[in-house]
Design a protein around this ligand. Structure first.
Ligand SMILES: [Zn+2]
Length: 87
């Protein structure tokens, strides 16, 4: 008697196949996923510039000087800033 895969296995197989076979603008979904992951913003953090001013920070990735409240992204290079809690 033939053994049938579970619904979960079938869904997984179809999804895996789709990643390679469905083309979107000439590239497979798997290729696009790789491109998207590579383009995800880097993470960095704001470093205080050491001056006596409270809101003076330097981007750890590009050196951009921010004279304001720390933002979630560097406005110059687009690096995503990790929260201070994580450091
Ligand atoms: Zn930057």
């Amino acid at each position: 008697m033939a053994e049938f895969p579970t619904c979960e296995q079938m869904a997984k197989n179809v999804a895996e196949k789709a990643l390679d076979e469905f083309l979107y603008h000439g590239k497979s979904i798997r290729e696009w996923m790789k491109i998207i992951v590579d383009q995800e913003p880097k993470t960095g953090h704001w470093m205080h510039d050491g001056s006596h001013w409270k809101n003076r920070f330097i981007c750890s990735e590009c050196g951009y000087k921010l004279f304001d409240e720390p933002t979630n992204y560097c406005p110059y290079c687009g690096t995503r800033m990790e929260s201070k809690d994580k450091e």
